[in-house]
Write a protein that binds this ligand. Structure first.
Ligand code: SF4
Length: 329
């Protein structure tokens, strides 16, 4: 039996290297590990928890699916589906809403962060979305969820919901475990904040090498290096900590670390090495992305086949759940 993991990504538009390094690269590694079976979702219902334009959502969903496939999530190693194509997610979320308290949801730090300064104008969906997350995971009885530290609180809530449901109605759900990977905090090219489209500090996976270089060449480095001969501290430089660390091999990374500290290398040369290394990893993804985008049928087929497979697993779980909670016999 393979170990099943579940993970989702919101269709927010362009997929950037923060998304790639923080989540998708890990999905691909796990998907290619024969011990695991990956169920991956573009969680469009979650995208509705904040104001959005209906016309743009379709394009964003397609964009996310195409780029995730281009990154290496493929029919032979994974399931990739659109959350709303399996309606059982919202059915189970409602049942879980009746197994979760206002107190528990009020303690979610992500809700506190996202709802800051918005008072009572926040959608109720933003408050209850950790319940929908629990439903996403438990619908497939996933044993594992690849998460970062910032998602642990929500995963703990999923575990509490599973435990409470099992205690009230009988054993149905496993308590999903965290698959904690290396914590990767990828800051934007401003070097100040987490990479985010809304902050305009991203490097998109679909950008050309010229566009990437334009951004890198003006990106902030260690402020100690005002002149070429000033030594720097790589761990105080976003170019090193957010990008070189993940795109550059160990030996070259050690050389850059050493040469930066003695001003043996200038920042422009250091950035050129980074641009070359990024290109090695990103150009095959970019090529595949444009190929899939030109003929969307391969993406569509993958999404449709995945939705069918997920629907069949979800129906099995819901047949069990409906009986346990007393609405079927
Ligand atoms: Fe950053 Fe590289 Fe410049 Fe050092 S040499 S400050 S690591 S860009």
């Amino acid at each position: 039996m393979k170990k099943r993991f579940f993970s989702g990504i919101q269709p927010t538009g362009e997929i950037h290297i923060g998304n790639y390094l923080g989540a998708i690269q890990r999905w691909v590694e796990l998907a290619n590990n024969p011990e695991y079976e990956g169920i991956l979702s573009i969680v469009d219902y979650h995208a509705m928890t904040m104001p959005y334009e209906a016309k743009e959502l379709t394009a964003k969903i397609k964009e996310a699916a195409t780029m995730i496939m281009a990154c290496g999530i493929q029919p032979h190693n994974s399931i990739l589906f659109i959350q709303s194509h399996v309606p059982e997610h919202t059915e189970l979320a409602w049942i879980f809403n009746c197994n979760c308290t206002m107190g528990e949801l009020s303690r979610m730090t992500q809700f506190k962060d996202k709802s800051q300064d918005r008072g009572e104008s926040v959608w109720a969906g933003l408050f209850t979305y950790p319940v929908l997350q629990a439903a996403d995971i438990l619908l497939y009885k996933a044993q594992y969820v690849p998460v970062g530290e910032d998602q642990l609180q929500h995963l703990e809530l999923s575990r509490d919901i599973a435990r409470r449901f099992n205690a009230r109605f009988g054993e149905v759900f496993p308590e999903p475990q965290a698959l904690l990977g290396e914590a990767r905090r990828v800051l934007g090219i401003d070097g100040d904040k987490k990479m985010s489209k809304s902050l305009g500090n991203t490097i998109s996976l679909s950008e050309s090498s010229q566009e990437i270089w334009k951004k890198l060449s003006t990106a902030k480095t260690d402020e100690r290096r005002k002149r070429r001969q000033d030594p720097g501290i790589p761990t105080d430089c976003n170019i090193f900590t957010s990008y070189h660390r993940y795109f550059t091999g160990k030996e070259e990374l050690a050389t850059i670390d050493r040469e930066c500290r003695c001003a043996g290398i200038g920042c422009m040369d250091c950035k050129k090495i980074l641009a070359k290394n990024m290109e090695t990893i990103l150009s095959p993804i970019r090529e595949k992305y444009y190929e899939l985008k030109k003929d969307f049928s391969a993406v569509e087929q993958f999404l449709n086949a995945s939705a069918l497979r997920c629907h069949s697993i979800a129906q099995e779980t819901m047949t069990e759940v409906r009986k346990k909670i007393g609405i079927r016999w």
